[in-house]
Design a protein around this ligand. Sequence first.
Ligand code: NAI
Length: 772
Amino acid sequence: MTVKEIFDTMDYGPAPESAQEALDWLKDRGGLAGHYINGQWGPLRDDFASNNPATGEKLAGVTKGTAKEVDKAVAAARKAQPKWAKDGAARARVLYAIARLMQKNARLLAVMESLDNGKPIRESRDIDVPLAIRHFYHHAGFAQLMEDEMPNAEPLGVCGQIIPWNFPLLMLAWKIAPALAMGNTVVLKPAEYTSLSAMVFCEICTAAGVPPGVVNIVTGDGETGAALVNSDVDKIAFTGSTAVGRIIREQTAGSGKALSLELGGKSPYIVFDDADIDSAVEGLVDAIWFNQGQVCCAGSRLLVQEGIAERFYTKLKARMDGLRIGDPLDKSIDIGAIVDPIQLAQITQMVEANTAGETYQCGQPEGCFYPPTLITGLAPADTLMQEEIFGPVLVSCTFRTPAEAVEIANNTRYGLAASVWTENINLALDIAPKLVSGIVWVNSTNLMDAAAGFGGVRESGFGREGGWEGLLGYTKPRGKSEKIKAPVAFTSEDGTPADPLDRTAKLYIGGKQARPDGGYSKPVFNKSGKLLGHASLANRKDVRNAVEANAAAKGWSKSTGHLRAQILYYMGENLSARAEEFTRRIDTMTNGKTGTAEVEDAIQWLFTWAAWADKHDGAAKGVPIRGVALAMNEPVGNIGILTDDTRPLMSLIEPLAPALAMGNRVTAVASEVFPLAATDFYQVLETSDVPAGVANILTGSHAELAPHMAAHNNLDAVWSFSTTDLAHEIEAKSTGNLKRTWVNNGQSRAWPSAIWRAQSTEIKTIWIPYGE
Ligand code: NAI
């Protein structure tokens, strides 16, 4: 017998990990899982079962939390929060203790996770648990450094956190570690299929000396989750399906609760013809067969360059044939069980409904398992190329040129992650910025770390988790806000006096002054009732035209910070040249004497943002792999802004300058009460080389225009500083493309530059090989 023959005939022997310790652990606790509130267990009830998906056996009975129980947990968290927030070094010690105890209990955690979720023990032991521990270590450090490095930040308060079943412990760590580090307390709800590793975690919290009320776990299903969303929390951090993300966005609209959404994806995995094919095939095993493909950032859409497609598919199929599916507790298993028969049915149904392309499947054992599947020859718009399957199903099409690869990759409503495989560094780094996604892996896939931001754009949600950028989602700048005092527009006692000249200020769209679609306008008076002019009343169509002009001006978002800086300086200079005229205008409109100061503020602010335009740098994160994670700042895109009414000029310049400096295109609605300084500003834009469509200015009713902006699918964010509280309207209507919103809830405050910059940018995390 040759060595080759021996290798060919050799099979794996079973290498099972014992489930006994974990099963005993559950038995010792009466076979029940439930709430951990204020450092105490209970109530524990057998409301529904948590099963082992690999065998169908019941592991434990789980409590379905009621709204009352959720409120009790939130009250405990509320009470514990002020003391917890006081001492960063003390928090660091507790987080460190959690990390150490997780290390000590690592095997129990891994086995419990594999029993409850069905994932291979190899993954829970080598990835989920170590990465969860890494989150507590890393965030212990953030707690320690908070006072020094973030002197102006304070915690949000109580954070409600809702997590899915695909990474039960890792998602828990991912949510709890940063929240606690920043001085928040939490109420977390695990997913209904997978509550058990959270139970082990609660015991670790007690042992680590987590003060009662700082960590609360409430078990249950979607109804329990909904109760948490509607409870008295300051933030909801959600990871799960886009459908539920939308519901939560609607339910929290106008509540003032902070929100982060980490939702689904259909991430492209792009293989160029010069890629190291064997590595790219091996990468796919991690991209789509890791955790049975139940991964939000799974590389589920394979795009292969035409010339190598056949060779690539042949190698891939051979690799698929070698994958071992079966008992998750067997250490030599590659693919475990699907989390639940419901999820299995959903995957099966989606694949069966597909008639396009060619399907290749491996064998599978009986039970809640789904075979590794490859479907080739699809068109980019086919259902399975667009819809998230959330199972071990890889769909594929080919492309010819890099430009086509980018086009197909971006042809999705999601924007979570992307992988690029090529041996040509120029090509990889040319493609990375063109991909619309929160994460790009170069010659790698599914890499995650506590130091690197994770999160998406488009319908993959908003907000980042991990790294310094993730902490922004668990803090707010110190300082108080005030209720806005709305100024009242002056009127004329004699009705609208006749004006021989038509002094109607038009709208400013696409670099030109444009008549409003409806043709209506409203008069603007000074205090003594003298007519100063008319302001146009924009409508939905004007919003549409303005956003179209924004979209056409996309070159601005690719321009250099150096160019944008020059243009912002130029705006400041041109405003300065017209300072007297603007001062007069402001004083006449407001009947005040603040014009000089306001114009000076506006010039200063333009200069400040000219300065920032080429200085808001990204970062290179040290991550514990052979690589580096770059945090690159990108513009958000098209931003709709409803400006405040109080200061005629600054209300426009204050949001406009940072948004433009960071490379966004803006459609702003001017002060409703004092619109004419903003309309005078058209001339400054015209003379300052601001490209057409980069800054559009509308006048009209904020309440009327806000819902159109919120619902517009080509606006990537809407900000409202309006004196009319439009928070509910905007947030509830933003669910179409799940745009980012930044609303004032009727309050005003001065925001530090870090917040303007964060609101004006998306951080893209690019993982590149680096070092030895
Ligand atoms: P899901 O989004 O319904 O569940 C995630 C979490 O949200 C669970 O803890 C659940 O109890 C909770 N939840 C459900 N409805 C809620 C509501 N109205 N208010 C507050 N919380 C609520 O996800 P599900 O049903 O488990 O999976 C369905 C599909 O979602 C999957 O097939 C997959 O496509 C996708 N999914 C995506 C995930 C991701 O990480 N992107 C994670 C899990 C599921």
